[in-house]
Write a protein that binds this ligand. Structure first.
Ligand code: MEV
Length: 426
């Protein structure tokens, strides 16, 4: 990647953007060709799910200006909501002035759960299972030779006692499995199903559910950034006002679940857009994120915002990130392949680090807008463009009509038609 900074990208035509994006990523436009159609045909989609009757498409926008761990990265974002791509790109530009995003991931360890019922004495059964830990782990470790070859495999076995449930006491066995560059659901579910008969024999109980947990709290992605105070000022807002407004907005989310849900939704606008672009399971990511946000027993913000000793704004994000770059749609969907190629990510961890950085940028975009001019101004310009187009504007008239409606704070189709007439069109 040469640079993720492409000034004026917004003003280029669609085909010019494709050429510039490919050139910046040092790829040929052909390698990104999947995005001209969306990648799938009804025929290639047919084996992916059941009862296929066609395709459903969404826009892919390019997140610009990102530097993650010192590496320039162009980020494909699949989303239907206006302002998200622009917001992430703008905040990545501010973060760039502070050196970009620093992101890390823990080992790609997923948790598989086995529910053990009908055990006479849950406490003794727990110890019996733990006594067989070495052989159980060895058995689980051999199940996926491909993962093993790449350094993955079974890592740990934990046994929890659930003392009080509506069906009485039972055991939950957690199998911790390093899934390397896979999302890991298949590997973990297979391992749990294979181990179940042994667990049943050792415990004297009955293994009921055998499935991974989407609370992937051993597969965490973390990102942080610093925004120099000088970058925060705009219009009549000083850098200090914007910074303190963002920290106050975060404090609201940190203590109030009603606000935290919306705050985290803003983070997920960025996270899901990249997860979708790479063909990953965004429901798994959503489930993990919100369960993690409630891990203390009270639902709270996934991010933090503060200031350093020099008065600069600092932000952090920490969340589970069970994404893969092998298996599933990531390998069969041509657009997902293009997404991975454009970002130049070589491991699932690198992808997770980019995604966390985008989530943090997206959170900042929302808080900056909410803490200053309000969210509607940005939304209004995009909405005004859509209304101008609906009224019949094309070419340069789209911007002109939209700008006038925004200035008048009156975005309506009848007004757009009037303005178009005043320009001698429509
Ligand atoms: C809208 O999609 C997302 C926001 O509501 C996020 C937030 O309130 O922080 C703007």
């Amino acid at each position: 990647m040469t640079t993720s900074r492409i000034p004026g990208f917004y003003n280029l035509t669609l085909s010019e953007r494709r050429v510039r994006a490919a050139a910046a990523a040092e790829l040929s436009p052909l390698e990104l060709a999947a995005w001209t159609t969306g990648g799938l045909t009804p025929e290639s989609a047919d084996p992916l799910v059941e009862n296929v009757i066609g395709l459903h498409s969404l826009p892919v926008g390019l997140g610009l200006n990102f530097i993650v761990n010192g590496r320039e990265v162009l980020v494909p974002m699949v989303i239907e909501e206006p302002s998200v791509v622009a917001g992430a790109s703008f905040m990545a530009k501010l973060a760039r002035a502070g050196g970009g995003f620093v992101a890390t991931t823990s080992a790609p360890e997923m948790i598989g759960q086995m529910q053990v019922l009908d055990v006479d004495d849950v406490y003794s059964a727990r110890l019996k299972i733990l006594e067989h830990k070495t052989e159980l782990l060895a058995e689980a470790d051999g199940i996926d030779p491909v993962l093993k070859k790449f350094g993955g495999g079974a890592r740990a076995l934990e046994v929890r006692v659930i003392e009080n449930s509506s069906i009485g006491a039972f055991l939950v066995v957690h199998l911790i499995y390093d899934v390397r560059d896979a999302m890991g659901a298949n590997a973990v579910n297979t391992a749990c199903e294979k181990l179940a008969p042994q667990i049943a024999a050792i415990s004297g109980g009955r293994v009921h559910l055998r499935i991974l947990s989407n609370l992937a709290d051993r597969r965490i992605s973390r990102a942080r950034c610093l925004i120099p105070i000088g970058e925060l000022a705009f219009d009549d807002f000083s850098g200090e006002t914007v910074r303190d407004g963002i920290i106050e907005a975060w404090a609201f989310a940190a203590c109030d679940p009603y606000r935290a849900a919306t705050h985290n939704k803003g983070i997920m606008n960025g996270v899901d857009a990249v997860v979708l672009a790479t063909g990953n399971d965004w429901r798994a990511i959503e489930a993990g994120a919100h369960a993690y946000a409630a891990r203390s027993g009270r639902y709270t913000s996934l991010s933090t915002w503060s200031k350093d000793k020099d008065g600069n704004l600092t932000g952090t994000l920490e969340m589970p990130m069970a994404v893969g770059i092998i298996g599933g749609a990531t390998k069969v969907h041509p657009a997902a392949k293009a997404a991975l190629q454009l970002m130049g990510v070589k491991t699932a961890s690198e992808l997770a680090e980019v995604i966390a950085s985008v989530g943090l940028a997206q959170n900042l975009a929302a808080l900056r807008a909410l803490a200053t001019e309000g969210i509607q101004r940005g939304h209004m310009s995009l909405h005004a463009r859509q209304v101008a187009i609906a009224a019949g504007a094309s070419g340069v008239l789209i911007e002109k009509v939209a700008a006038q409606m925004v200035a008048e704070k009156l975005v309506r189709i009848d007004r757009a038609e009037e303005i178009l007439k005043s320009f001698g069109a429509g």
